[in-house]
Unconditional design. Structure first.
Length: 207
């Protein structure tokens, strides 16, 4: 992916690569706006707090629902909208056995295959113990499912529900079923004006 976009990838490096400071150079170039797209493995899934990420793209789902949500949430940290898209291969083999430890591995597969509910339901139930939808979060960006629901005719009887005490979510999450690498939905955004918004790409398969 990094090669096709013409950028250098950020990944967990061995000692020799660390001595060369490759990741440091990549990060400096990205923070300075010289490299518009950051292609990374899950090594940058947590702790990165950069304000102007406008898009997060996953090539396949993350290892757990916690990883998925954390990595999606690298975007929109300045309170501005961000689009998070997960591209899932059509022939993706899903796990059918249950994990010994509850780290959210089963949940990320449930999230990836569900088609009839808000994309926030499964993550919020696992992470917070309370299932909420985009529509219950004040000022939140709607996910792909809730956007479609918003365009449908309202029901005859409407029930007002109390808004949960959760922080607003500025990340709009979408999923795409696609043949692996047949289509390239990404474009190199380096030609845009500096600091207008970066894209963060998580590649869970290769550096």
């Amino acid at each position: 992916m990094a090669l096709s976009l013409g950028v250098k990838p950020y990944y967990a490096q061995n000692r020799e690569e660390q001595k060369e400071g490759l990741n440091i150079d990549i990060m400096k170039a990205w923070l300075a706006g010289k490299q518009r797209v950051m292609v990374s493995t899950s090594v940058l899934g947590y702790g990165l707090d950069y304000p102007s990420i406008r898009g997060v793209v996953h090539l396949d789902m993350a290892y757990s629902i916690m990883d998925q949500y954390q990595e999606d949430s690298r975007g929109g940290r300045d309170g501005e909208p961000c689009n998070a898209v997960t591209i899932i291969p059509k022939n993706r083999q899903l796990l059918t056995h249950r994990q010994r430890y509850r780290i959210g591995t089963d949940e990320v597969y449930q999230w990836a295959t569900s088609t009839d509910q808000c994309y926030c339901l499964i993550p919020s139930r696992f992470l917070d113990g309370v299932a909420v939808t985009c529509m219950l979060l004040d000022g939140a960006e709607f996910c792909g499912f809730c956007r479609l629901q918003e365009m449908e005719d309202p029901p005859e009887h409407v029930i007002d529900l109390p808004s949960p005490s959760h922080q607003r979510d500025d990340v709009s999450r979408r999923r795409i079923r696609a043949d692996w690498y047949e289509a390239d939905p990404l474009t190199d955004g380096r030609h845009t004006s500096q600091h207008s918004g970066n894209v963060f790409v998580h590649n869970h398969h290769a550096k």
